[in-house]
Unconditional design. Structure first.
Length: 282
C-alpha cells in the first residue's frame, strides 16, 4: 500500500488486492476423550487453531501440536491428525474457498513446508473465533459481513505472528516457483498430470524446476506427485466402496498395474490388502 499525502487529504492505494476469498464455515470442537487419528482431506483451505491439549499432525513428517498453534490444510491435501490420550485437543477451525490458497497463505508467511505457527495471544484468538461463529449462526447479510471481517482479522493475526517469527519465506525467489508447482500438482494430480507438464504451466525448464524443487522440498517432483496420489488412494480405500481399479483412475493412474506397483512400494501392501486391513481395524 502506498500513501500519498496532500495539504488537505491523504490517499492510500492498495498495490495488490487479495485473491477471491470466501468464508465457508467455522466451528469449535471440544474433545472430551481420546479419539483415533483422523484423516483430513478437503477441497478448500482449512485453518485450525488449537485452544487446549496436545496432538500431532503428519504430512511428510510428524509435527507436534500444542495450545496456541495454528495448522493449515491446503486444498486437496491429505493429513493425518491425532490427539493425545491424556490431554486431548480442543480446537477452532474455519474453511475458506480461495482461487489461490498458496498465494493467500504466503501473505501470512505460511507454506506447505511451514504450515504450523504458534501464537501467545490465546485469549484474543479465542474471542475472535467465538465472534466469527456467533455471526455465522445468524443468516443475514449484515452478520455475514461481520463474519467475513472476523475471518480477515484472524488471517491478519496469523500474518503478524508468522512475520515476527519466520523470515525464511520468499514470495519471489526459488520457493515461490516451488509453491506454484505444489499447487498445480495438488489440483491436477487426479487428471494424470506429468512433471514436464507442471514445468510448462509455470514456464520453467523442467531440469531447473526439478533442481529447485528438490532443494526446497527434500524430494523430487515425481516423488511428491506419487505421494499425493498414494495418500489420496489410501483415503479412498479406507473410506469408500470404490474398486481398486476405480481408485487408481480417481488418483490419476492411467495404468492399473503401475498403480499396484507404486502403492505396494510405498505402503508395503497391495491396495486390496491395505483396504482389507484398514477396514478390519475400523
Amino acid at each position: 500500500m502506498t500513501l500519498h499525502q496532500h495539504p488537505q487529504e491523504s490517499v492510500a492505494y492498495v498495490h495488490q488486492s487479495p485473491p477471491n476469498v470466501r468464508l465457508l464455515l467455522a466451528g469449535h470442537r471440544h474433545v472430551a476423550a481420546y479419539r483415533q487419528p483422523m484423516v483430513l482431506a478437503r477441497p478448500h483451505l482449512l485453518l485450525t487453531w488449537i485452544e487446549s491439549g496436545v496432538g500431532m499432525v503428519r504430512d511428510q513428517t510428524d509435527h507436534a501440536l500444542k495450545a496456541g498453534d495454528w495448522y493449515v490444510l491446503f486444498p486437496d491435501e491429505v493429513l493425518w491428525v491425532s490427539t493425545d490420550e491424556q490431554k486431548p485437543m480442543c480446537y477452532f477451525w474455519m474453511g475458506i474457498a480461495c482461487d489461490d490458497a498458496l498465494g493467500l497463505m504466503r501473505q501470512c508467511y505460511i507454506t506447505p513446508q511451514a504450515r504450523i505457527k504458534a501464537t501467545s495471544s490465546i485469549r484474543q484468538t479465542r474471542q475472535q473465533f467465538k465472534q466469527l461463529i456467533k455471526h455465522l449462526d445468524v443468516d443475514s447479510p449484515q452478520t455475514q459481513m461481520l463474519a467475513t471481517g472476523c475471518m480477515w482479522q484472524l488471517l491478519g493475526m496469523m500474518g503478524d505472528i508468522a512475520s515476527s517469527t519466520d523470515t525464511t519465506v520468499n514470495t519471489t525467489g526459488p520457493r515461490h516457483a516451488v509453491d506454484q508447482a505444489c499447487q498445480i500438482m495438488q489440483h491436477q494430480y487426479v487428471h494424470g498430470i506429468h512433471v514436464s507438464e507442471v514445468a510448462d504451466m509455470i514456464n520453467m525448464d523442467r531440469s531447473h524446476l526439478s533442481t529447485r524443487f528438490k532443494a526446497v522440498m527434500g524430494l523430487t517432483m515425481h516423488d511428491y506427485l506419487t505421494q499425493l496420489r498414494i495418500s489420496r488412494a489410501q483415503l479412498l480405500l479406507r473410506h469408500s466402496d470404490l474398486t481398486v481399479n476405480q481408485v487408481a483412475q480417481a488418483v490419476g493412474y492411467r495404468e492399473y498395474r503401475s498403480f499396484i506397483r507404486c502403492f505396494e512400494q510405498r505402503t508395503g501392501r497391495t491396495p486390496r490388502g491395505y483396504a482389507d486391513h484398514a477396514r478390519g481395524q475400523s
